[in-house]
Design a protein around this ligand. Structure first.
Ligand code: BGC
Length: 760
């Protein structure tokens, strides 16, 4: 509906109607105003299927919802590293929403995986903001192409479940921009979501629902968001404050009590009615966008969408280990499928994303009629206790087969929304099962069903590991297709699997104290930390194997230098040198070789998934702009492309760089610098003007300070007491004011004059 007409509608509303429009009708519906033809519309979770509740409603996934399709969770979809896959998921969900009269799906969930402990990591995409933002963009473009809204969540810095509703995420500006905001920024600019869901928590002291800087200054003004912002369920703190900050809709309804606060605030002059009007306009624009494009022919085809769920999962499964090329298994080989999850897979997480699947396909069900596979349950996942009978039976079955495939993972009661894990261990009974089976069966393969990284104490004893994540209701058939090579695995880890919890960057501070969670690791999240510290990990970010091999050659860059608004084109040839068709994810990292700020050793700046036939070569083209080389500068409060030498690195993972090329970065932009008596000689000498003025005004050249003789004097054995580098470091750190004491003839007036000229 045109803006003009929306404005007219709002002008016809009473103050009370306007106030109440900005709060839900009930748990899932927005309010309508019949006399003005404003409809009430439904929103629904999300993100990996429809949790449409027609009767008892809740936000914890406890009550029934309609029969639907459970697609792979965010952890898996991100592992596809494939925008087309995320888009396909979005398109399919958009169609389901149209058929079910849902105006907006509550997702994607796109908080950064700061710690593998976060209970909701299974819904989130990555530890890397680029992967998160790109996958979310594709999902959103898919859903919205069906004229249904999305609600990317939870904006912002909602990275733990512990005290998720009251905790304060405290971090510095650069970390906020480069990691946590960046995950949302690219998505908002690229995909233009119809709505945004703000998070429960505070950010640097202010609840997100009343954070004007984030909701208005950044989201709307800087990034160009033009939809409506809704609260997470029950996240509203101060209603009037929220309206002023740019939060349009309180969800769910609060029974009218906060509506009255708005009315009172307008009446007593603390809230301008124009703010309320604008909020209603923004909200109505989206409501009518949905209503006016309603697809009345849409159908929710459960079986068809189940097939889509399987396709997505096959694109996402990550092959972590494949010794002796044990996989793929030969069709007809005698295999023992062991573990409860072979027959009853764990395929989704607990909480608001929980789907009432119309069917679930297990791996055992898929193969049981072909005669070559036998099955044993092996363990129970309701309690972490070894059932000796089940174990004995599993060992017996494993011995009878040519290979044992153990379907293991995290039980429901190990990870969930609302609860952070305390450790990264799998159940002891499952670890023991894997140890005991691998002791009697040299061909042991483990298939993992989990929403976040686990420790693998048995990794050296098994031949192969497949990470299927929480792979949706078709996980069983997808895993079988990978296992037998019908599909070549092509997923890559969107997060690091550390060796142990103690290695994780925020290990010492995760969760925080009381309601204060300090992000002290700064920008060193995930692989940014492990690679900068050159630490061994279990499996690095970006890692994943294939049944074929690829080589990378001929890395080219369009220019050896890049300046300000220019773009750099990077090309690399990738060849499939194996015998089967396969997909590869080309990863481009940037590494700053010098510079004044502390930066991660490398950061992912582009990626692309391609498919190659055996023997085929493709030239992959990736584009980089100035932002790819920039960091967030807290003096200018902006991205700054620091000049200097950078490496373009092409890798198979964050820890396996295959090709490199150097590029020189230049910029016209000067950082503001105010010199004082406390500026150091080193700082002044870095500046060309500074070097000249030191000479001109003070007659200073390096090495003139008193005491220099003592420093450069030879010790008794004739060796120099300080080398040149030490000397420069010592002089470089000297504040200008000290020149009065150490350099003969320099007076305060000289220094004041110098500073004045430096600052001109
Ligand atoms: C979750 C949201 C969800 C909402 C509605 C909240 O508890 O944090 O992600 O969309 O409930 O179920």
């Amino acid at each position: 509906m045109e803006q003009e007409r929306i404005r007219e509608l709002v002008s016809k509303m009473t103050l009370e109607e306007k106030a109440s429009l900005c709060s839900g009708l009930d748990f899932w519906n927005t309010k309508g105003i019949e006399r003005l033809g404003i409809p009430s519309v439904m929103v629904s979770d999300g993100p990996h299927g429809l949790r449409k509740q027609e009767e008892a409603a809740d936000h914890l996934g406890m009550n029934e919802s309609i029969k639907a399709v459970c697609f792979p969770a965010g952890c898996a979809v991100a592992a596809s590293f494939d925008r087309e896959t995320a888009k396909l998921l979005g398109e399919t969900l958009g169609m389901e929403c149209q058929a079910e009269n849902i105006s907006t799906i509550l997702g994607p969930a796109m908080n950064i995986k700061r710690s593998p402990l976060c209970g909701r990591n299974f819904e989130y995409y990555s530890e890397d903001p680029l992967v998160s933002s790109e996958m979310a963009s594709a999902y959103i473009q898919g859903v919205q192409s069906r004229h249904v809204g999305t609600s990317p969540k939870h904006f912002l810095a909602n990275n733990q479940e512990f005290h998720r509703m009251t905790s304060d995420s405290v971090m510095d500006e650069r970390t906020l921009r480069e990691i946590y905001m960046a995950s949302f920024e690219g998505m908002v600019k690229q995909a233009k979501p119809w709505t945004i869901m703000n998070s429960y928590n505070k950010l640097n002291g202010t609840y997100l629902c009343e954070n004007k800087e984030m909701l208005t200054d950044v989201l709307r003004k800087e990034w160009g968001f033009n939809g409506y912002v809704m609260t997470d369920w029950g996240a509203m703190n101060e209603r009037v404050q929220s309206l002023l900050a740019g939060c349009n809709l309180e969800m769910p309804s609060s029974g009218g009590s906060t509506d009255r606060e708005i009315v009172a605030a307008v009446k007593n002059g603390t809230l301008e009615e124009a703010v309320l009007d604008r909020s209603c306009e923004e909200f109505l624009e989206i409501i009518f966008r949905y209503i006016e494009n309603k697809d009345t022919d849409a159908v929710f085809n459960l079986e068809k969408d189940h097939a889509v769920a399987q396709k997505i999962e096959e694109e996402s499964i990550v092959l972590l280990k494949n010794e002796d090329n044990i996989l793929p298994l030969k069709e007809g080989c005698k295999a023992a499928f062991i573990g409860k999850y072979a027959a009853k897979p764990r395929y989704q997480g607990g909480g608001s994303s929980h789907i009432n699947s119309f069917k679930v396909e297990s791996a055992w069900e898929t193969v049981k009629d072909n005669g070559s596979v036998i099955y044993a349950q092996g363990y129970d996942d309701r309690e972490d206790v070894t059932d000796e009978e089940l174990l004995t039976e599993a060992i017996k079955v494993a011995k009878q087969a040519e290979a044992a495939v153990i379907f293991a993972g995290l039980p429901d009661n190990f990870e969930s929304e609302g609860y952070d894990r305390k450790h990264l261990r799998m159940p002891k009974c499952q670890n023991r099962l894997i140890e005991e089976i691998s002791a009697v069966q040299s061909n042991t393969i483990v298939i993992l069903h989990n929403g976040a990284p686990v420790e693998m104490p048995w990794i050296d004893k098994v031949k192969a590991v497949l990470e299927v994540y929480l792979g949706g209701q078709a996980v069983g058939s997808a895993a079988v297709n990978i296992l037998y090579g019908k599909t070549n695995p092509s997923g890559r880890l969107p997060e690091t699997f550390p060796l142990r919890l103690e290695d994780t960057p925020c290990y010492l501070f995760y969760g925080g104290e009381n309601d204060r969670s300090e992000y002290r690791e700064g920008v060193f999240v995930g692989y940014r930390y492990y690679t900068s510290k050159d630490m061994p990990v279990l499996f690095p970010f970006g890692y994943g194997l294939s049944y074929t091999d690829f080589t990378y050659t001929n890395l080219q860059i369009s220019n050896a230098k890049i300046q300000d608004n220019e773009t750099l084109t990077v090309k690399v040839d990738v060849t499939n040198i194996g015998n089967c068709k396969g997909k590869e994810v080309i990863q481009l990292y940037i590494s700053a070789k010098e510079g004044q700020v502390i930066r991660p050793v490398r950061e992912l700046r582009a990626f692309k998934k391609i498919s190659l036939d055996p023997g085929e070569t493709k030239t992959v083209v990736l584009e980089l702009d100035g932002r790819a080389f920039s960091y967030w500068n807290t003096e200018i409060h902006d991205w700054y492309m620091e000049p200097g030498s950078y490496e373009i690195q092409i890798g198979k993972s964050a820890q396996e760089i295959l090709l490199k090329k150097e590029v020189q970065v230049r910029t016209e932009r000067k950082l503001p610098r105010i010199y004082t008596l406390n500026s150091t000689l080193g700082e002044v000498m870095q500046d060309e003007k500074g070097q000249r003025l030191l000479g001109e005004v003070l007659g200073y050249t390096a090495g003139q300070a008193e005491g220099m003789d003592a420093i450069t004097a030879k010790s008794e054995d004739g060796s120099q007491m300080m080398n040149q580098e030490m000397l420069e470091a010592m002089m470089g750190g000297m504040p200008l004011r000290q020149m009065m004491s150490f350099i003969p003839g320099i007076k305060k007036e000289n220094l004041t004059e110098l500073i004045k000229m430096l600052n001109e």
